[in-house]
Ligand binder design. Structure first.
Ligand code: GPW
Length: 824
């Protein structure tokens, strides 16, 4: 049976590129710059997309399916051009058409800035989910913020991270549509007044507020090969123009200026913190800004073709991506009560049936708590509603537990109240105000249920569920690794593109020598591709025959890049002292951004670069090991890196990484996991088999046990393990910096001589030996070419579970209950 593919008019595309170059720039193809050609081609693709977009929206209007609103402060989409033409099934046609115009599609793709409206895993997950929603044919809106500056660009200067603004909109964004007609007003500050409406009801309204205009920009999200196009709607803030004059007339010039300032600041920049809350007022403004605009839109859209708002939840569901969008609970209550005259109980019924919350971390510093006075001043009406939600919830706790034997009711209130200690606890609001709470990997959800959110789980177990994360194979294999994608298709057909479980069929080739060789040959070519990138960007020559050992992710102490680089230092010592010992060459590849204010993380980057300098230039090492820090790690270079990885470093302190998704991207591309039993690593090992992964270190149980008992004393290890002692001493003896004290803070993190209970909070020294031993197992395994090829191939073959298509199906079946939209 021949599969239907989407029609794509190659000649029309060509003509429209030429036409666009002319009308946009008054130039011929010969005169146009690569950037101009990119713009011209992108607008031509957008033309093709718009037809599908309109068809989808029309079908949805007729069929009226339930819609998921995925609310997120971050969408780390990565470049759109290549992905869009892949999902339109037009990659080859576009490539050929461009060739006929004498343009290389890769050069063109490199012209596109990498939209980085996210920090890391959480934002990239949102992007993968949108891809899957469209591919599976469900109606969805991504709701977010159009930051003028996304995640900063990272420069490495003298080994230090330097942050450079990311002006991604400098040349405009050809794929976006400004939708002025859907603008909304969002109100901040002022006070709440009470009045009686003409039906005699007591009503509330906000007065004396500042207002900004929220203007949506729509970006298309194209399903693979099915013509479905959903919308990522990101909001920009603009001042309300006419107000300025009015208020000037009224003498309220000050306020007019303030409003204008607010609008100009709101969407200026993404907060660059990952797994950490800075607690800044502007951040709360950003949260309410995009949530208020999105909630108003969702309600109005529903009211266009329904009359009973009490059934809103039958057609809409809000998925809150972590607690950042949690004001949605109170905002929906507000809209229902203040704009549509709902009673509290009716509004509460709709709200709890509409909202769902995903938790992405157990790190204490990431839990959002806002000071009550700030919250109340900025969002007076919203605060009033939160206060009432809290009052009723505390009441419910008391009714449930008072008089129960052995239960301390006050302790329950302390651990579950939304308002406590003068703080608004956003996670508690999200749990109470919705009907679903999910973690992002089995282990993570278990930890939530048994520990972090134990009291909530005991009180409302029916809300809790797990949704193990996933990734889209369209971007991370089909686009990122065309050689391997083609090989897989030759072996098992192309069904894997929309059904990753079919990868299983590759297992039949695990012992096939020819298949093994082909697989490793492709890996080698991808390593050459990355080696070229590294030479161009770092000026370092790496050997594609060496083992590519990769740790790319945000820099965070719990992710333990420090453990990795300490191990490298040890290896360096080992080679220096035993020059003739057999050692298989290894290239350690790092990539990581540190939050701008996170000093330990930034110093770790400096250490990695300093160690790289020493090792890469030491003639005694003779190239046996190389260390490379890839500058400005982001979605576009991640695609090159994943495809080239042999070893996937997933070495977080067990229990700390909620899931991880880079682990899945590397597995998909045939890298073998070297990791702890943390997050989704547990499930990865389960799928691929223990013999095809390298696991080490404390278990989450053990870590949590130590934590309960106040940690451990790393000094004991320092004193008893000469390897550890030597490596740590080298941090402060000038080996890696002229200033011996430069790395002292890292040394002190590990060996806090003043307060040992604060020392080595992430169990780096505790896991050191076990990590060295795992590294050794890797080197041994790699030298057995057949064994390694089989392992690598089996990793690709076993990754079926980790498609975001699977995750989305689970959300749909168990939480969202969406209907598919059918296109004729
Ligand atoms: F703290 N994650 C992230 F939970 O990338 F909000 N940024 C964040 O700010 C948070 C979580 C937050 C990550 C988790 O660290 C990672 O383990 C997980 O795979 C990813 O979210 C997607 O669920």
């Amino acid at each position: 049976m021949k599969k239907k593919t989407l029609p794509f008019d190659k000649d029309l595309f060509k003509r429209s590129v030429l036409y666009n170059v002319k009308t946009l720039y008054r130039k011929t193809m010969e005169e146009a710059t690569p950037q101009e050609m990119y713009q011209a081609a992108a607008y031509a693709i957008k033309d093709a997309i718009v037809d599908h977009w309109m068809t989808t929206q029309k079908a949805a209007a007729e069929q009226d399916p339930k819609i998921v609103y995925y609310m997120s402060m971050e969408f780390l989409m990565g470049r759109a051009f290549g992905n869009n033409i892949i999902n339109l099934q037009a990659y080859k046609a576009v490539k050929d058409a461009l060739e006929e115009l004498d343009i290389d599609v890769n050069v063109l793709e490199d012209q596109e800035p990498d939209p980085a409206l996210g920090n890391g895993g959480l934002g990239r997950l949102a992007a993968c989910f949108l891809d899957s929603l469209s591919t599976l044919g469900y109606m969805a809106y991504g709701c977010g913020i159009r930051y003028k500056y996304g995640m900063f660009r990272q420069k490495i200067q003298d080994g230090y991270q330097v942050e450079v603004p990311d002006a991604w909109l400098e040349n405009g964004n050809p794929f976006e549509l400004r939708r002025n007609e859907y603008a909304k007003e969002v109100k901040f500050g002022g006070y709440v007044t009470m009045y009686t409406d003409d039906m005699g009801r007591t009503m509330f309204k906000q007065e004396g507020y500042q207002v900004v205009k929220a203007v949506p920009y729509d970006l298309p999200v194209i399903g693979y090969g099915n013509g479905v196009v959903n919308t990522l709607r990101i909001w920009d803030a603009e001042p309300i123009q006419c107000f300025q004059l009015d208020s000037f007339d009224k003498g309220d010039y000050q306020k007019a200026v303030e409003q204008e300032n607010l609008a100009s600041q709101l969407c200026e920049v993404l907060y660059p913190n990952d797994n950490h809350i800075a607690g800044k007022e502007l951040r709360l403004k950003q949260q309410y800004f995009f949530i208020s605009a999105s909630v108003q839109t969702a309600v109005q859209k529903y009211m266009q073709n329904h009359d009973d708002l009490r059934k809103f939840y039958e057609k809409a569901v809000f998925q809150l991506n972590d607690t950042h969008p949690t004001v949605a609970v109170a905002e929906l209550m507000r809209v229902l009560m203040d704009d549509y005259q709902f009673s509290w109980d009716d509004a509460w019924d709709v709200t709890t049936k509409t909202c769902c919350y995903t938790n992405h971390t157990i790190m204490a510093e990431a839990l959002e708590k806002w000071p009550v006075d700030l919250f109340q001043r900025l969002l007076p009406r919203i605060y009033q509603i939160v206060d009432e939600i809290n009052r009723r919830f505390v009441d419910q706790i008391m009714r449930k537990y008072t008089g129960s034997a052995g239960i301390d009711v006050q302790a329950k209130i302390r651990s579950m109240a939304i308002l406590y200690d003068n703080q608004v606890k956003m996670a508690h609001l999200a749990i109470v105000g919705g009907h679903s709470v999910n973690g992002v990997a089995k282990l993570h959800t278990e930890i939530l249920e048994k520990r972090e959110l134990k009291d909530f789980y005991e009180m409302m177990p029916e809300k809790f569920n797990n949704k193990t994360n996933g990734i889209t194979q369209r971007r991370f294999l089909l686009h990122a690794n065309p050689l391997l994608a083609e090989w897989v298709t030759n072996k098992i057909g192309d069904g894997w593109i929309t059904d990753l479980s079919q990868m299983d069929k590759l297992k039949a080739f695990a012992n096939d020598k020819k298949a093994q060789n082909e697989f490793m040959e492709i890996k080698f070519k991808n390593k050459e591709r990355l080696a070229k990138y590294i030479l161009e960007h770092n000026g370092v020559k790496v050997d594609p025959k060496s083992i590519f050992d990769v740790q790319v992710k945000r820099l965070h102490e719990y992710k333990r890049q420090l453990l990795n680089i300490l191990q490298v230092i040890h290896k360096y010592n080992d080679i220096k002292t035993h020059p003739s010992k057999d050692f298989y060459p290894k290239t350690y590849i790092f990539g990581a951004k540190a939050a701008a204010g996170y000093l330990t993380a930034k110093l770790t980057i400096k250490l990695i670069n300093s160690v790289a300098d020493v090792i890469n230039n030491d003639p005694d090492i003779g190239g046996k090991i190389k260390v490379v820090f890839i500058e400005d790690y982001r979605v576009s270079n991640a695609e090159l890196i994943f495809a080239a990885a042999d070893v996937s470093e997933q070495i977080s302190t067990a229990s700390k990484e909620a899931s991880g998704t880079g682990n899945m991207k590397m597995m998909l591309n045939g890298a073998v996991t070297l990791g702890t039993l943390d997050g989704a690593n547990v499930e990865i090992v389960n799928e691929v088999g223990e013999e095809n992964a390298f696991i080490f270190g404390l278990t989450s149980q053990e870590v949590m046990e130590y934590e309960k008992n106040g940690g451990y004393n790393p000094m004991d290890i320092y004193n008893s393990d000469p390897n550890v002692k030597k490596v740590l001493d080298m941090l402060v003896d000038g080996t890696f910096s002229e200033d011996k004290e430069l790395f002292r803070p890292l040394y002190n993190c590990l060996l806090n001589t003043i307060n040992s209970s604060k020392a080595d909070q992430y169990f780096i020294l505790k896991d050191f030996e076990s990590y060295l031993e795992a590294q050794k197992r890797i080197s041994d395994a790699y030298q057995d070419k057949k064994r390694w090829a089989k392992m690598a191939l089996l990793n690709t073959a076993s990754c079926g579970k980790f498609s975001s298509d699977r995750t989305i199906k689970e959300y749909v079946d168990e939480v969202w209950h969406l209907d598919k939209v059918e296109l004729q």
